[in-house]
Design a protein around this ligand. Sequence first.
Ligand SMILES: C[S@@+](CC[C@H](N)C(=O)[O-])C[C@H]1O[C@@H](n2cnc3c(N)ncnc32)[C@H](O)[C@@H]1O
Length: 228
Amino acid sequence: MQIDVFTLFPGWFDWFRTQRHVTNAVALGSALDCVDYRAHTPLKWGQVDDTPFGGGAGMVLRVDVVEAALRARYGDDPVAVRERRRVIALTPGGRLLDDGLVEEFAAEEELTLLCGRYEGFDERILDHFCSDQVSIGRYVLAGGELAAMVVCDAVLRKLPGALGHEESAQEESFSAALGGAPEYPHYTRPAEWRGWGVPDVLLSGHHAKIREWRHEQARHRGGGESLS
Ligand SMILES: C[S@@+](CC[C@H](N)C(=O)[O-])C[C@H]1O[C@@H](n2cnc3c(N)ncnc32)[C@H](O)[C@@H]1O
C-alpha cells in the first residue's frame, strides 16, 4: 500500500515511521510519504492559507495551494485523481472512523490523506478533490496530523505481516471473528495478585472451553448479541 499524507508538518510523522508495525509494513513493500503543502504553494510569500470570506476568526487552507500540491504529486488534475484513488480529508464533521471503514481503506492499494490546520479546508477542496471526509471523533484537534496517524496506524496494522504475528489482528475488538463485539478479557502471570484471581477456565488447558468462554465474554461485552 502507498499512503501519501499532505500536511504542513511532515516532521510529525518521523516518529510515527519508526513504530514497529509501520516499519514492518514498509519492509513488506508499503510506503508512507509526506507531501508538504508549503513546498508547492504557488503564492509568492509561501502562504498556504487566507482569511475567510464573510469574516470570522482564523485562517482557511487555500484551494489553489492544495491543488498545486496534489498536481505536483500526481501530475494530474486533482478532480481526476480522486476518481482513481481514495483522497481522504481529515475533518471533525466527517464520517466517523470505525473498523469497517478501516477494513475498506486497508483493501485499497493507494490512499491520500489531507490534513487540515487552522479553521480547516476551503470547502471546494472537500467538494472537488476528495472522495472521503473522515473524522476520528466528535471533538476538535488543532490539526489533521494526529487524525492521519490514527488512520495510518489502524490501516497499516491490518496489512498482512505488519504485526509480525498474524492472529492478533484477526480476533480482536470489532473484528468479524468476534461478530463486531469488543474483545474478551486477557490475563497473564501472576495467576494470583492481591487476592485477585484469574478465571479457572483460562488455566484449564481446555482449548475448546477457553474459546467458548472468550466468545461468550465478547458477546456479553457487545451487549449480548452479535454486532456484525
Ligand atoms: C482546528 S481544526 C478545524 C476545525 C473546524 N473549524 C471545525 O470547527 O470543524 C483543524 C484541522 O484539524 C483536523 N481535525 C481536527 N479535529 C479532527 C477530528 N476529530 N477528526 C479528523 N480531523 C480533525 C482537520 O484536518 C481540521 O481541518
